[in-house]
Design a protein around this ligand. Structure first.
Ligand SMILES: [Zn+2]
Length: 318
């Protein structure tokens, strides 16, 4: 069943010399079985689960001996994963909306400190929470999102300008954008260096790139190891601030620095996650229905955390 899998050289340095950090806990066939299962899940619980479930299935993780990037190898075939993203349902939007909108305010403030102009592209914009806040702050925004459902939400809810196509298919003009953002995207893409080089091409000289990913060298990852919620099937690259900085440098970016912003997480998201770790969520999930009074209240109570607790956020300039 090897046809379900795809092998890669290191997506940063291109070499094929690695040590295995941990083996996959899936049988080769599972790549296909679980893939189908996810595709069928169109009801609301499934949507929430798809987003919040702690890492339970993962592929083999390896560490490049040359540049130390950690990546999944082999990974699920790219065509299959893209098909999944294309059809992924957006049912968790009501649960995450409030906290993501609040977080987006911090992200916009971060951009305002460093950007040279207001023409902004967000790659992998999901439901458009960040773009909506950026456009309110005066940016001319464009978003790219391959999940058709999430793109539709962004268009309908916020009236945003979204291309529901893969980034590789869109050839933007050279030296075009003042800002490009990649919030939680590079851990999903099979060839992140290719994406970064293309971003470099379409940015204006002096233009700003902001990229964030989960932090494999962060405290939660160190404590929970394979049980860390960001070890999961769809996270095929695992960066630290060091390896993320390294790949931006390889993409041609200069003056790279690591930053942090204030993130917001609702009590609803936190409790859901904790209960899933305790395998108690299924019994109690009705409590978290975002339409119920309790669900609404839990969604409104926010905890603030520094993004660096679990994420690497780096800036680079063309
Ligand atoms: Zn490497």
């Amino acid at each position: 069943m090897d046809s379900l899998l795809e092998y890669r050289n290191c997506p940063n340095c291109g070499q094929n010399d690695f040590e295995v950090l941990f083996e996959s806990n899936m049988k080769t066939d599972d790549f296909n079985v679980l893939f189908d299962y996810r595709m069928e899940g169109h009801d609301s619980q499934e949507g929430v689960e798809g987003y919040l479930v702690p890492g339970k299935e993962w592929g083999r993780h390896v560490k490049c001996k040359n540049c130390h990037l950690i990546y999944m190898n082999p990974m699920e075939k790219v065509s299959q994963t893209n098909e999944y993203y294309f059809k992924a349902k957006n049912t968790h939007a009501p649960t995450i909306r409030e906290s993501y909108l609040k977080t987006a305010e911090s992200q916009v403030r971060l951009i305002q400190k460093y950007a040279i102009g207001t023409n902004l592209l967000d790659i992998g914009c999901a439901q458009g929470f960040f773009l909506y806040n950026a456009s309110k702050a005066g940016y001319t925004t464009k978003g790219i999102e391959i999940s058709q459902d999430a793109a539709e939400y962004a268009i309908m809810e916020f009236g945003l300008d979204i291309e529901a196509k893969p980034f590789e298919e869109l050839r933007f003009p050279e030296n075009h954008f003042d800002v490009v953002t990649l919030w939680q995207v590079l851990e999903h893409v099979p060839y992140p260096l290719t994406v970064l080089k293309e971003v470099h091409r379409i940015l204006k000289p002096g233009g700003l790139l902001v990229a964030s990913t989960p932090d494999i060298a962060g405290i939660p990852a160190k404590i929970l190891r394979k049980r860390w919620w960001d070890i999961k099937r769809l996270h095929i690259n695992q960066f630290s601030t060091k390896t993320l900085t390294d790949i931006l440098q390889n993409g041609g970016f200069k003056n790279i620095s690591s930053v942090s912003y204030r993130g917001f997480v609702s009590l609803s998201i936190l409790l859901t996650m904790m209960l899933k770790y305790l395998d108690a969520y299924e019994r109690l999930k009705a409590l978290f229905n975002p339409d119920s009074i309790l669900g609404k209240t839990l969604n409104k109570i926010m905890l603030i955390y520094p993004s660096r607790l679990n994420h690497c956020v780096v800036l680079g300039f063309k």
